[in-house]
Design a protein around this ligand. Structure first.
Ligand SMILES: [Zn+2]
Length: 282
């Protein structure tokens, strides 16, 4: 897969105002300011994509696939978790605690009980900010407070939670926030498509959207072949799981095809935290 060197932001996952493309910075008071803010956000994202803060060589002896769910809709818990478990696998659920239980035009976000239940069943719970704002839109202290609120809310639900991973809301990074995340999260997942192989950028882990409207069966098979050939780490990213998913989600058939394709090839299926252990990340 290409690393997408166009310099433009990655495809942004997530619907509606609190999920979709983040608005241009609200402080803009003229067209000129808006253009500069937008340029700054794109530049910050491009720098974050290209400049590692923490980079390690992948040390896993076997190829790995991870399934991650952003935001996450009730169906990712009610349907998605069971699909993974039927294949002896567990996933990673990135949780924006300010949205727990909230209904939006596309789905209902899972509530606190789902977070507790998933953790008890062996799934990983990850950070996704409390506010679900794009990280480039927050100053250093504001972002620190937002992550702290996200972490505190999750740890109230799960007292044993530790060494959390993070996923960038909307997939948008920024170099300053990426540097900050290098000491706030064990690793951070982007939406930069591709297989992680060779060296891993811990603060900008690549991920491929597992969505019915964007991933063909042929492309899925190629990705699974590539992760085997390169002994890499393939991270899938999705949202709702339904027979007729939104454009951000996957059908049970697609999830099952990914699980069975991985199993057929002898690929380990692990939540991100366990994948990081295998890879040799601290
Ligand atoms: Zn999100």
């Amino acid at each position: 897969m290409s690393d997408g060197d166009s310099g433009s932001p990655e495809p942004i996952a997530g619907p509606a105002t609190r999920f979709g493309r983040p608005p241009a910075k609200q402080a803009a008071n003229s067209n000129g300011d808006a253009i500069i803010d937008r340029f700054g956000a794109h530049l910050g994202h491009a720098l974050a994509r290209r400049l590692p803060v923490r980079s390690i060589a992948l040390g896993n002896e076997r190829p790995i696939v991870s399934f991650t769910f952003d935001d996450f809709p009730a169906s990712a818990h009610e349907v998605g978790a069971g699909l993974l478990e039927a294949h002896g696998a567990r996933g990673t659920y990135f949780t924006a605690t300010g949205m727990l239980g909230e209904a939006n035009p596309l789905w209902t976000v899972a509530g606190p009980d789902a977070v507790v239940d998933l953790y008890a069943r062996g799934h990983e719970i990850g950070l996704h900010t409390h506010s679900h704002r794009a990280v480039f839109d927050m100053a250093r202290r504001e972002f620190e407070a937002d992550i702290a609120a996200n972490r505190a809310a999750l740890r109230r639900l799960i007292p044993g939670l530790t060494r959390e991973t993070f996923a960038y809301p909307y997939g948008f990074a920024g170099y300053a926030r990426k540097r900050q995340l290098s000491r706030l999260a064990r690793a951070s997942r982007s939406v930069q498509p591709g297989v992680n192989a060779g060296r891993l950028d811990l603060d900008f882990v690549k991920a491929v959207e597992l969505i019915d409207c964007g991933l063909t069966t042929a492309a899925l098979e190629r990705l699974l072949d590539e992760v085997v050939a390169r002994r890499g780490w393939l991270v899938f990213l999705t949202h709702d799981i339904a027979a007729e998913p939104t454009r951000f989600g996957a059908s049970p058939d697609l999830v099952t095809a990914a699980l069975e394709g991985a199993r057929r090839r002898g690929i380990d299926i692990l939540p991100m935290c366990d994948a990081l252990d295998r890879i040799g990340a601290a």
